[in-house]
Design a protein around this ligand. Structure first.
Ligand code: NAP
Length: 266
């Protein structure tokens, strides 16, 4: 009866983790945190997901994560085996801006930097801290953060992609945070990993032009790329990466394939 917690599980890959885990084994106990509990609970009920519990949690509010861990302990009997920090802020207001576009827009740069670091980096630290007492009671002890290959210098330079500046900075910091946690909890046997989920088809509601503009560098980087993978494909692969993670890999940044092949052939 492994216990899974997914932070930021209301939609996209996070919600897919709930669906996949629920279908993989009816004995899994799955807790998803959401900022809007009612809407997430309605989705879970409509999809008939068994053993999925939704509790309130906002990565921008550390007290809510502490409360989520308390509620989780009541549901799970005090143990969490797998913790996945998935939620993210994307800094959409300046996602296509490049470094020098911020000349004259310094306040926008700083405001978005503050928000993205707060959610993606500080929010993950708060989530890991809140749930660590429950992880330490597990015999499995796996913790992951969903990161992005967008932070890789080889991608940024190879794809000639100067956009998504804030997002890439936050994911670089997130990977460092995960390595720091791996060092901190090595003696306790907790295995940490940052996982790039691949390019995943989660933003169907965004305008077509936006998605085309965003994905152009992906095709520049990987000439074999056919398009995004489905959330179901990605979630299954990411869960396998956590399961297969060896002790000596703790703190690494891996792709959905469990290695350094980031999209298809790159
Ligand atoms: N899709 C891709 O191609 C791709 C590629 C690389 C990496 N990723 C990473 O994969 C993860 C999931 O992405 P996605 O594509 O599934 O995105 P998404 O569909 O936009 O979902 C984002 C999730 O993050 C949650 N969230 C945002 N701010 C939060 C906060 N302050 N506290 C708690 N939850 C918060 C959202 O909750 P609300 O509903 O409350 O807003 C939502 O559940 C992210 O870490 C992203 O960076 C995605």
């Amino acid at each position: 009866m492994p216990v899974y917690v997914v932070i930021g599980a209301s939609r996209g890959i996070g919600y897919q983790f709930l669906k996949t885990l629920s279908s993989q084994d009816p004995s899994n106990i799955i807790i998803g945190t959401a900022r809007t509990v009612d809407a997430a609970q309605e989705k879970v009920a409509a999809d008939g997901l068994k053993n999925v519990h939704i509790v309130h949690g906002d990565m921008d509010d550390h007290a809510s994560l502490t409360a989520a861990a308390r509620k989780t302990a009541e549901i799970s009997g005090g143990v969490v085996d797998y913790l996945i920090a998935n939620g993210a802020y994307f800094a959409i207001p300046c996602i296509f801006d490049v470094a020098d576009d911020f000349v004259g827009k310094e306040d926008l740069f700083l405001d978005e930097l503050k928000q993205i670091m707060r959610t993606n980096v500080a929010g993950t630290l708060f989530a890991f801290n809140a749930f660590m007492p429950l992880i330490l009671k597990s015999s499995i002890k796996r913790v992951s953060a969903i990161s992005s290959a967008a932070m890789l210098p080889e991608y940024i330079v190879g794809a000639e992609d100067p956009t998504s500046l804030h997002y890439a900075l936050s994911k670089a910091a997130l990977n460092t945070l995960v390595a720091k946690f791996a060092a901190r909890y090595k003696q306790e046997g907790v295995r940490f990993v940052s996982i790039s989920p691949g390019w995943v088809d989660t933003h169907a509601d965004m305008p077509k032009e936006f998605m085309e503009r965003m994905s152009k560098p992906f095709y520049r980087w990987d000439k074999t790329l056919k398009g995004p993978i489905s959330p179901a494909q990605s979630a299954e692969m990411c869960l396998k990466v956590m399961d297969d993670l060896r002790e000596e890999q703790s703190g690494e940044f891996l792709s959905q394939h469990g290695n350094h092949v980031w999209i298809n052939g790159k």
